[in-house]
Design a protein around this ligand. Structure first.
Ligand SMILES: [Zn+2]
Length: 622
């Protein structure tokens, strides 16, 4: 649905950002801000700050920033609309009616989700209590799944009869079929999709059941694994099993472990690797990668033997490394072992395998060397050819080259001969731009007085309104921020309408406790004395604040004046300076020389600024 602009404004105004953030991050009050451990990067000392008055957060560690809506989007993986819908009721705002078509789609989705939830609960109860589930229970126990695991992952049991779930839930036909739980044949008989299987509910990232994976018992009916059919809720190209449990960890460590099945995910989670997810009955797709990227993953660790997936998969992985700026690694498990076996025997070994995961290309090359016959010329040539073919699938020449050198060294072949076998040797396939390093959130470095002036404009606008002008700034982002502030009625409006750099700057300024001291020092001090936090900027009287604001503006004026002096001096050295130009410069310099010293005199400073600022504005515009 669309959110009406007026609704959005009211939701933003009435939302208490501290309450929203506090559900995720323990915040403590520090002066007029609230501070806590950043949910977007791993840290031990807090650098995450929330300004309740202005409605924005900023992390001084990783640069994450935004408002209540972006906080929900980034920590819960919600869309913009979902985030606003989540905030509206608690802000006491009733969103305007959506159009009937959308309302119908939403109701249908809610009904399907409810059907899934009832089915999962019913199957789970069967596994825990039904006499006919005793074989399943002992099978699960033999695989190391005790009651706690069964409850935690809400495992279920589908009994053998052909319509037991249908009988129990009595869903209308369209919900039965639409949810993929059952079907109706041409004689109008209703049947269950899952029979005689141990069930693994597949949840979306918010923990709602959207599908089911079923595993046969040993000797049970084929196939071994059977998943829900595609439904409006369940799209296997996008679904990641385990994401609701893993997302927080993925976000915190920017790493996701990708496995092949539910039992692998459970094995990783039980071994303490809480960022494991699995595709459900399909190879990893770009949609899966996008989901994980949306939760901040920059490293993807493959929790299975990726080499057996074949060449096509390898090219895809390398392409994702480039297009999604991902670092793809592979866990090296003992040959033939699956994660569930390793995890059951030695959880620490599974953890270690993730920590020691090697880059995908390096993993594949190790396989080549493991079986290569380097004792003969033919064997070395064959191994080199295989290795170079693999290396050539990597899109980044800066990565390819050191690997090629390694091949040359191992096979005692001439590196330039090997390079001829790669795309460099075939210019028609060359791939243009060089690999660009990982994208980091940018921190914007501003000249100190410009940052300080903007800090006052954000936090104490009344102190700067009479003297601050756009022409006193030199940095593009500072100018953008000043324009956003002066052309908007409220800070929220300025922040929401600004481009990314300006919005980040505004949020960080709103969360800086006070200007004139370093960010780290002021945050650190606030925390040293937690319980009795410093209230530096609150305690300062209005008069003292205004004085400091004038200091900052005076500093800006001096900076601009220095530029004018320098320009004038350079101009004065020009031999062909005309008499009029010369006179104009003499006037300018005389004016500045007369007025600048007054800035150091507390009593005459305001009057001097009244002269200097309009003069500089006119001068800059000329
Ligand atoms: Zn952070």
């Amino acid at each position: 649905m669309m959110i009406a602009e007026e609704d959005l404004r009211r939701v933003k105004e009435a939302t208490d950002i501290v309450a929203v953030v506090n559900e995720k991050v323990g915040l403590k009050r520090s002066s007029s801000r609230w501070i806590g451990l950043c949910p977007f990067h791993a840290e031990k000392t807090p650098s995450f700050s929330v300004n309740p008055a202005l409605g924005v957060y900023h992390c001084f560690g990783c640069g994450a920033s935004g408002d209540a809506i972006s906080f929900l989007r980034e920590t819960q993986g919600l869309t913009f609309v979902e985030a606003v819908e989540r905030l509206a009721p608690r802000a006491g705002v009733e969103l305007s009616a959506e159009d009937p078509e959308q309302a119908k789609a939403r109701q249908r989705r809610a009904a399907l989700l409810e059907a899934m939830e009832r089915a999962v609960a019913w199957y789970h109860d069967r596994l825990l209590t039904a006499p006919d589930a005793s074989t399943a229970r002992s099978y699960l126990r033999s695989r190391g799944y005790d009651g706690e695991v069964v409850r935690r992952y809400r495992l279920g049991w589908a009994p053998a009869g052909w319509d037991q779930l249908c009988q129990a839930l009595r869903l209308p036909d369209d919900l039965l079929q639409g949810s993929g739980l059952g079907y109706v044949d041409d004689k109008r008989r209703r049947s269950d999709v899952f029979r005689e299987r141990v069930l693994f509910p597949i949840l979306d990232h918010q923990g709602a059941a959207i599908g089911i994976g079923g595993r046969q018992l040993p000797g049970g009916r084929d196939p071994k694994y059977k998943n829900s059919p595609e439904t409006p809720l369940y799209r296997k190209k996008e679904v990641l099993y385990g994401l609701s449990w893993a997302k927080e960890n993925v976000m915190r460590h920017a790493t996701a472990v990708l496995c092949e099945g539910y039992t692998d995910v459970i094995a990783f989670h039980q071994a303490g690797v809480a960022s494991a997810v699995a595709t459900c009955g399909t190879a990893a797709t770009e949609d899966h990668v996008r989901r994980l990227k949306a939760f901040g993953a920059t490293r993807l660790v493959l929790g299975y033997d990726a080499d057996v997936a074949g060449q096509g998969a390898a090219e895809r992985f390398h392409a994702w490394e480039r297009s999604h700026d991902l670092d793809i690694r592979v866990v090296a498990l003992p040959p033939g072992a699956d994660p569930a076996d390793v995890g059951r025997r030695d959880p620490a070994a599974l953890q270690r395998a993730v920590e020691e995961a090697v880059p995908f290309l390096s993993f594949r090359l190790q396989r080549v060397w493991a079986v290569a016959d380097l004792g003969t010329n033919e064997g070395r040539a064959r191994a080199a050819q295989q290795a170079v073919t693999m290396i050539d699938q990597h899109p980044n020449p800066l990565v390819r080259d050191p690997y090629l050198m390694e091949v040359a060294a191992r096979t005692r072949l001439d590196p330039s001969r090997l390079r001829d076998l790669t795309r460099e040797g075939r210019p028609e396939r060359a791939t243009g731009a060089l690999y660009q390093g990982p994208i980091r959130r940018r921190t914007i470095e501003l000249p100190r007085p410009e940052r300080a002036a903007l800090w006052f404009a954000v936090n104490h606008p009344e102190t700067v309104t009479s003297h601050l002008e756009e022409e006193l700034f030199s940095h593009d982002v500072a100018i953008g921020a000043y324009r956003a502030l002066t052309s908007s009625a409220t800070f929220a409006e300025a922040h929401a309408g600004a481009d990314e750099d300006v919005a980040t700057l505004l949020a960080s300024l709103a969360n800086e406790p006070d200007t004139g001291r370093s960010r780290a020092a002021s945050l650190g001090r606030a925390f040293d004395e937690l319980g009795n936090p410093l209230a530096q900027d609150d305690e300062a009287t209005a008069a003292a604040l205004s004085e400091r604001a004038l200091d900052v503006i005076a500093e800006l004026v001096r900076a601009r004046a220095t530029e004018i002096f320098t320009a004038a001096r350079l101009l004065g050295q020009r031999p062909n300076l005309s008499a009029t130009e010369g006179a104009a410069h003499t006037v300018a310099i005389t004016f500045l020389q007369a007025n600048l010293p007054l800035l150091s005199d507390r009593h005459r400073r305001a009057a001097a600024l009244d002269q200097l600022v309009p003069w500089l504005v006119t001068h800059q515009r000329e």
